[in-house]
Design a protein. Sequence first.
Length: 196
Amino acid sequence: MIFSAIIFLFTIKLVDLSDHTAVNDYYPIEGTDLGVRYSSLSPNGIYQGGKTTGQLKLEGTFGYDWGAAVEGNTLYLNEYTSTDVGVMLCQLVRVDLDSYDKEILRRDTILQGRCASGELVCLGGYLMPSSFPATNPLCKFYAMSDPDIRPADSSALVLFLDPATGEVVYSVRDDEALTESFEGRYLARTLQEVMG
């Protein structure tokens, strides 16, 4: 039995050593000299400069593209974390581009983009689809910590934030917020049109 266990552990280690897959993806943040890097060779985070010469400014696993918005010297973006039990979480953070200090604005919230009048549009009470919130009992347990989270349905709290202050200026719960109609209902319209 001991010999079998040693062979088993050796085989696992040998498989790990044979995996030479390297990840080094770099996604520029529009309108800046910053980018988000996902890498198995260097720390994930926000880098300043080019793809190969960039300097790490803030370590973390951040979103990019529609999950990032720049307003003056402030960067709003999604930060992804994983719990010890494998539930992936997202929080909206604000980064000062002078000092690179990070502030968490809202937990369990994902930035979706800007509406036609410029406000940031987010989904509050949001659990990542990769955690299978409708069927994962751990997500249901986690949802007990936030009344905005409803893992069993497709509803979410749609939040409009003032990009200058990061404060919520309007919110509405929508039973179809997580459907394909989101962009037309919220991003393609002004805040006044949404408020009706």
